[in-house]
Design a protein around this ligand. Sequence first.
Ligand code: ADP
Ligand code: MG
Length: 282
Amino acid sequence: MKQLESKSVVLLHHHLKALRLPTIGAECEKVARRAASDGSDHLTYLLQICELELLERERKAAERRLKDARLPSIKSLESFDFTARPSVNKVLISELARCEFIDRRENVLLVGNPGTGKTHLTIALSAAACARGYRVRFFRVTELLTSLIEARDERTLLGLRARLAKLDLLVLDELGYVPASKVGAELLFDVISTAYERTSLMVTTNLPFESWTEVLGSERLTGATLDRLTHRCQIIETRGESYRLKDAKARIRKPKASGDKAQSAEAAAAPVDPVEGGEVTR
Ligand code: ADP
Ligand code: MG
C-alpha cells in the first residue's frame, strides 16, 4: 500500500511538472496532511492548493513587472514627506497611485527644480502601477535617446518601438537636463506622439514650458510635443527648495555632537548631484 502511494506521488509530481503547477507540486502533500487532520473534503483541498498556486503566480508576476520597469531605486509614497512639499497635493498623489489615469490613458507631468522630489514621486507611483498589474518602464530621457539612436543605427527601431507600445506606463525622467540633438528630438517626439491616447506617459522636468524649445530645438516640434503631452494631463508642481539641500542644511544646523560638525558639512556637500547642482532654473 505504502509503495503504491509513493508511486502515485511520484507520478503526480511528474504530471504537475508537465502541467506547470510548481507550487501545487511543492505544497500538495503538506496541505493534504492538514486537510486529513482537519477533515476537509476533496473540493476544499483542491481549492486550497489552487489558491496557493495562483497567489505564487501573482507574486512572481508582480516581481517580474517591477524588475522589467527598471526603477533606478526604491522609493515609496509612505517615505515622501508631504509637509515639506506643500505644493504637492497628497490627495491627488494617492489618487494617481490607484492608477485610474493609466486606464484613461492620461499623462502626468511633474515640474520643479532639482531635488524637489519629482523622481521620488515618479518611482513610487511606478511601483504602485507595477503592483496593480500594469506594465511600466522607467527611462531617463538621455538613456531613452541613446537607445533610440542606437536602435535606429542598428535598424532595430521597429522592435524597440513595438516594445514601448506594449507598455501601460512609460516614464521619461529628467526631460530638459541635456538638450537633444535634432535626430534625438525627432525620435523623442515620435515616442510621445505614438504614446498619445494609447500609453500613459509620466514626465519629469525642471523646465517651464516656455523653455522646452531649448531642449527640443524647433518651435514647431516643441509645440506639437507639448500639445500631445499636456492634452489630458495632470500637472504637479514641486515648488520650493531642494530637499537634499534642506536636509543637508538641517544637518549642519543641528549636529548631533560638536565632533560631528565637520562630518555634517561634508554630508551637506555630498548629496548635491553635480549635474543637478541645486541650481535654480525656473
Ligand atoms: P528631483 O527628481 O526633483 O531632482 P528627487 O526625487 O531625486 O528630486 O529627490 C532628491 C532626494 O530627496 C531623493 O533622495 C528623495 O528621496 C529625497 N526627497 C525629495 N523630496 C522629498 C520629500 N518631500 N520627502 C522625502 N524625501 C524627499
Ligand atoms: Mg530627478
